[in-house]
Ligand binder design. Structure first.
Ligand code: PLP
Length: 363
């Protein structure tokens, strides 16, 4: 099996697994505590959670706090639904290529949603006109389908100048690129070799939020519910590892991306070749039946469009936004490279995929 779907999820780093195992705490151990209990076992679990929080906080700019959530989807919901501008029914602007966690949520807010277009390369113009009476601007840093890197730092400045809050979905950027400044930033552990079931929202000091989940008042009252020390510890170690390895992992991605462009020379790259996270290759090839390709080359795990949208059977909103016809979008695949992907695996996958394509093409 060759796994090339790292935008969907990533394998757990062995270092993160080791950190988690300690906090799984069976009978007789003292590592099963509720981090919110005041006794010794609880305080020990709390110390593990707070160490993890510090490690996750290192991903972000200074001057804010980390709220642990169950996923980045939950973190984005908290950011978009919990802020006072959105609750007062002010306008929310988002890019045309946001993940469903932002797109669907923005459309479900009391106020109107405004969509900012992207160009054919999948990039938002940093000077795009912003609507009047803007309450919140939410733009992702790296797109999950086509890997394009958005001008988030400039958009943050512009949102501030307009008196609006800026939310950044940094799920595909965290641990791979330095995170851009924003008022609120969402990340997900399982996208950077941490465990599934935990994400975080970073909130700049001074930004007021109302909780979506009420109860015991954990996470400073913003997200009630008992935290899992094991998940927190895994996320913390995965974040620390990703930061330590950022240059090394980035150089590995550059090498794999360059090799992939040679191996997939018969395909067209969707999205900007330059303003892009190089662990993402979204490729199209006229006439290819992607469902058949997946079943012929079934030892290669890759995605047709976005992994999140692929169950819905709907054509990709992102590929439509960059101007691809439904036919072009249907012939697109996404290959996601990761830290543990080897060049040999990439070459083998390319050989399997070209053999599968050759089967489809008339001789
Ligand atoms: N935002 C982006 C860009 C994503 O790629 C994803 C997951 O695919 C999410 C948000 C949602 O993350 P989670 O799986 O933690 O809910």
């Amino acid at each position: 099996m060759i796994y090339l779907d790292h935008q969907a999820t990533t394998p757990l780093a062995p270092e993160a697994r080791a950190a988690m195992e300690r906090w799984l705490g069976g009978p007789g151990s003292d590592t099963f505590g509720n981090p919110h209990s005041p006794h010794r076992v609880g305080r020990q679990a709390d110390a593990a959670v707070e160490l993890a929080r510090e490690r996750v906080a290192a991903l972000f700019p200074a001057g804010g706090r980390v709220i642990f959530t169950g996923s980045a989807t939950e973190a984005l919901n908290l950011a978009l639904r919990g802020n006072s501008a959105a609750r007062a029914g002010q306008l929310t602007a988002i890019s045309a290529i946001e993940h469903a966690a932002v797109h669907e949520t923005a459309h479900d807010l009391p106020g109107p949603a405004h969509i900012l277009p992207v160009d054919a390369a999948g990039l938002l113009d940093p000077e795009v006109p912003l609507p009047a009476k803007l309450g919140v601007l939410s733009v992702m840093q790296v797109n999950n389908e086509i890997g394009t890197i958005q001008p988030a730092a400039r958009l943050y400045e512009r949102a501030r100048a307009a008196g609006a809050l800026f939310v950044c979905d940094a799920v595909q950027a965290a641990g791979k690129l330095p995170i851009a400044p924003a008022d609120m930033i969402a990340v997900s552990a399982h996208k950077f070799h941490g465990p599934k079931g935990i994400g975080a929202l970073w909130v700049r000091d001074g930004v007021e939020l109302a909780p979506l989940i009420t109860g015991g008042g954990q996470e400073g009252g913003l997200r009630s519910g008992t935290l899992s020390p094991a998940l927190c510890a895994g996320m913390g170690v995965a974040a620390e590892l990703a930061l330590t390895r950022m240059d090394e992992d980035g150089a590995h991605m550059d090498r794999l991306f360059a090799r992939a462009l040679e191996l997939f020379a018969g395909w067209t790259l969707n999205g900007s070749p330059d303003q892009r996270y190089r662990g993402n290759l979204n490729l199209r090839r006229e006439g290819v039946d992607v469902a058949r390709l997946m079943s012929t080359a079934r030892t290669v795990c890759f995605s047709a469009g976005s992994a999140c949208a692929s169950d819905s059977g709907k054509p990709s909103r992102v590929l439509a936004a960059i101007g691809l016809s439904p036919a072009q979008a249907k012939t697109s695949i996404r290959l996601g490279l990761g830290r543990y992907t080897t060049e040999a695996e990439l070459e083998e996958a390319a050989a399997l995929l070209s053999a599968a394509v050759a089967e489809q093409e008339p001789t």
